[in-house]
Ligand binder design. Structure first.
Ligand SMILES: Nc1nc2c(ncn2[C@@H]2O[C@H](COP(=O)(O)OP(=O)(O)OP(=O)(O)O)[C@@H](O)[C@H]2O)c(=O)[nH]1
Length: 183
């Protein structure tokens, strides 16, 4: 089973497999691989206010929108309840940040079909990039997750990035380079 039942996106297990293959290729070809972690903001409120079935429908429509906006060469998965991951092979941070910002805008302006919510959903996004594939997926995930945490802390509905240090001696995430997108 490669896909998530609710949304039809790839599931976590498949996404991790694709990430391993993409990192191996990035290392061999000395290219960049960017990762976006996307998490819906205040999603608990949607469930609490409208009920779980409506929450499910929001997840379906947001997933479909993200899928429509992703390139065929990228891999989009639902990796947790309201968390998504986009793997972008051969993509530098600059371009990944632009994609993240575009996705953020798409979701904040989404017209949900058949649903009348008092606010449109928004998404916070964490971005990271492996240059030359020198980090494992778990290490990269932790950088993207740190960036996502910053995006939440700084007010949500925004994009943040945390880049790995230049060395492949990964031992301290605090040494990472952080970046904010101002909008
Ligand atoms: N409807 C629905 N809700 C889900 C699903 N998976 C997780 N959730 C809900 O997603 C919500 C996540 O809540 P939190 O982790 O508190 O995060 P949040 O409310 O989005 O707040 P922030 O992430 O901090 O902005 C919980 O209410 C979960 O029950 C699902 O498959 N369907």
């Amino acid at each position: 089973m490669l896909t998530d039942e609710l949304t039809g996106l790839y599931n976590r297990r498949h996404l991790v497999n694709v990430a391993f293959a993409a990192l191996t290729q990035a290392k061999r070809e000395k290219t960049s691989l960017s990762i976006l972690l996307l998490d819906l903001d205040f999603f608990k409120r949607v469930n609490d206010t409208y009920g779980h079935p409506i929450g499910d429908e929001v997840l379906r429509q947001v997933s479909e929108r993200l899928r429509q906006c992703s390139r065929p060469t990228d891999t989009l998965g639902r990796i947790g309840g309201e968390e998504f991951c986009l793997l972008m092979p051969a993509t530098h941070t600059h371009d990944a940040l632009q994609v993240a910002e575009r996705l953020r805008r798409e979701i904040e302006s989404i017209a949900l079909k058949g649903l009348e919510l008092n606010a449109t959903p928004t998404v916070s996004i964490g971005v990271t990039t492996s240059n030359g594939g020198s980090f494992t997926f778990d290490e990269l995930y932790s950088f993207a997750d740190k960036a996502l945490y910053q995006a939440k802390e700084l007010g949500r509905n925004r994009v943040e990035s945390v880049l790995p240090p230049k060395t492949s001696n990964f031992d301290n995430i605090e040494g990472a380079y952080t970046h904010s997108v101002i909008h």
